[in-house]
Write a protein that binds this ligand. Structure first.
Ligand code: NOJ
Length: 560
């Protein structure tokens, strides 16, 4: 397998609004991040993925960009951004920027022009269509609820927005759009960025006729995903982007966010010979606890979880590269969702982290994960800030008359604000995030869960992350080694081997709070073993042919 820095890297995701406030206005900013750079260096990460910091009216926290070449005033200035890049590079950390080019803000100059008249030179930068029988041009639903079309009086037509009405979709079939985007990307690369995380990049090619989506009886709007996810020209666009904007003669890193992508499709994006992207964020695991839509929660079994992980591990092995994540700014906190955020918070967070750093792929740590931050439960909908959550509440409770408690239950489990509460730095006011009033409430558990406490406790999750990151750097078997699952049908333990040449590593993870018996398959022979890492004190000499794993116990062995 070919070597690359982005395969060896561990990435840390910063959601700028919630990481650190440098000026006391209650909103995280670039100076705030700069003040915490040594924290990131000490953690040992190689790359920062910075959420969008471009000028934006903030309908979707920066995922609605009104100027791609300017910094959002709340976050600071371009000089601050230059200082941030310098500070990261001085510490040997690369910077990956968020690239949001499926849509812009409706306040972007291109859109202001576009909506002006049907013959404006920018008209065709977006999707404009006349209404059909007095209604929207088709029945597509927006990801944030309601129709994906917004009527605009000025020209008596509708424009397409797969996300909020303040996020009109760009028309990538127009070559001028593509050229403008590539020029912007080159501009940032010339400034020194080390790569891009590309927002819903597999949505940029739409089926030209924008067909009606299949809908259930009585359903007014339906998800038209099959007409824009992995659409007809997507590979042509990404290859063109790669040739024209991403090959500036130095190595950069590209990650495509891709809802609804299968491993077979993913290989078309990341196959080593395809010259498109380095890796994708897939969503299959993120959908494991949902039935129909994400808010409708279903219980899952570990064997289902393992089947998904195993499928992605084996399908890409030797052909492409995985990204590994269990949470981000759009997903609930991993310890609350896949672990246990009560009695076994520390053990289960470490167990999940062990998995993320010992599978094949590039691990992505989302801010606060490394100290075991948890989901939040605000008692009132008034305390929520996310457009998706607020639309859900409006559509289902206020307009739809559904039971508020039931909807709040879904929000507690799946709402995006779970991950967006401020980073918990210490046990002082507002968790040390701001000296002002935070834009969203701090999780009340900050008194127990915070960086200061983690630094004082040698057994903290934070120190365990540092160990894992170092381990991965020092042992290429964790990066390049082959992966093979063992104990496939075990309902409680996820276990696998990583092998590279003569090196053989064995990982065992108990996903539950009850003890579980690990029995080593007979075909795995070995003469000796070394306990490399675990999340409990353990007897290094224990017989690994049969081990009782404690609640959420994780162990990594090297076999001889
Ligand atoms: C995915 C981003 O991660 C999410 O936060 C955003 O709302 C949508 N794309 C739209 O840009």
């Amino acid at each position: 397998m070919s070597k690359a820095f982005w395969k060896e890297a561990v990435v840390y995701q910063i959601y700028p609004r919630s990481f650190m406030d440098g000026n006391g206005d209650g909103i995280g900013d670039l100076q705030g991040i700069i003040s915490r750079l040594d924290y990131l260096r000490d953690l040992g990460i190689d790359v920062v993925w910075l959420g969008p910091v471009y000028r934006s009216p903030n309908a979707d926290n920066g995922y609605d960009i009104s100027d791609y070449r300017a910094i959002m005033a709340e976050f600071g200035t371009m000089d601050d951004w230059d200082l941030l890049l310098e500070g990261l590079h001085e510490r040997g950390i690369r910077l990956v920027m968020d690239l949001v080019v499926n849509h812009t803000s409706d306040e972007h100059e291109w859109f202001s022009q576009s909506r002006r008249s049907k013959d404006n030179p920018y008209r065709d930068y977006y999707y404009w269509r006349p209404g059909k029988d007095g209604a929207e041009p088709n029945n597509w639903a927006s990801a944030f609820g309601g129709s994906a079309w917004q009527y605009d009086e000025q020209t008596d037509e509708y424009y397409l927005h797969l996300f909020s009405a303040k996020q009109p979709d760009l028309n990538w079939d127009n070559p001028k759009v593509r050229q403008d985007i590539y020029a912007m990307m080159k501009w940032w690369l010339d400034k020194g960025v080390d790569g891009f995380r590309m927002d819903v990049i597999n949505f940029i090619s739409k089926a030209p006729e924008l067909p009606q989506a299949p809908a259930a009886e009585g359903q007014r709007y339906a998800w038209g995903g099959q007409y824009f996810m992995n659409g007809p020209r997507i590979h042509e666009f990404l290859r063109e982007m790669n040739e024209q904007a991403l090959t500036p003669g130095r190595s950069i890193m590209t990650i495509g966010e891709m809802p609804g992508v299968s491993p077979e499709e993913a290989l078309l994006y990341v196959g080593e010979e395809r010259k498109e992207l380095n890796m994708v964020f897939q969503f299959e695991l993120m959908d494991i606890d949902a039935e129909g839509d994400k808010w409708n929660i279903r219980p899952w079994k570990l064997t289902e979880f393992k089947r998904i992980m195993d499928k992605w591990q084996t399908s890409l092995q030797g052909k492409g590269w995985n990204s590994l994540y269990l949470n981000n700014h759009d997903q609930p906190r991993m310890v609350s969702r896949f672990g246990n955020d009560g009695r076994y918070r520390v053990e289960s967070a470490k167990m999940l982290a062990t998995m993320l750093h010992t599978l094949q792929g590039t691990p992505f740590i989302y801010q606060g994960e490394e100290i075991g931050m948890t989901n939040v439960k605000f008692s009132s909908i008034e305390d929520y800030r996310d457009v998706e959550t607020m639309n859900l509440y409006r559509d289902r409770v206020i307009e739809g008359g559904q039971d508020a408690d039931g909807v709040m239950k879904s929000i507690y489990a799946k709402g995006r604000d779970n991950a967006r509460t401020p980073m918990q730095w210490d046990d002082g006011g507002n968790a040390g995030f701001t000296c002002g009033k935070p834009w969203i409430g701090v999780n009340p558990n900050y008194r127990e869960i915070n960086v200061k406490q983690s630094l004082e406790d040698p057994l903290s999750i934070l120190y365990y992350y540092r160990k894992l990151i170092r381990l991965r750097r020092e042992h290429s078997v964790l990066v390049y080694g082959d992966y093979r699952m063992i104990l496939d049908d075990h309902e409680q333990i996820y276990a696998y081997m990583r092998t590279l040449g003569a090196l053989r590593w064995l990982v065992m993870l108990n996903f539950f709070e009850s003890e579980a018996e690990f029995v080593l398959p007979e075909e795995i022979d070995y003469s000796g073993k070394r306990l490399v890492l675990g999340n409990y004190p353990a007897d290094p000499g224990a017989d690994i042919r049969r081990i009782r794993l404690r609640p959420y116990e994780a162990r990594v062995y090297e076999l001889e």
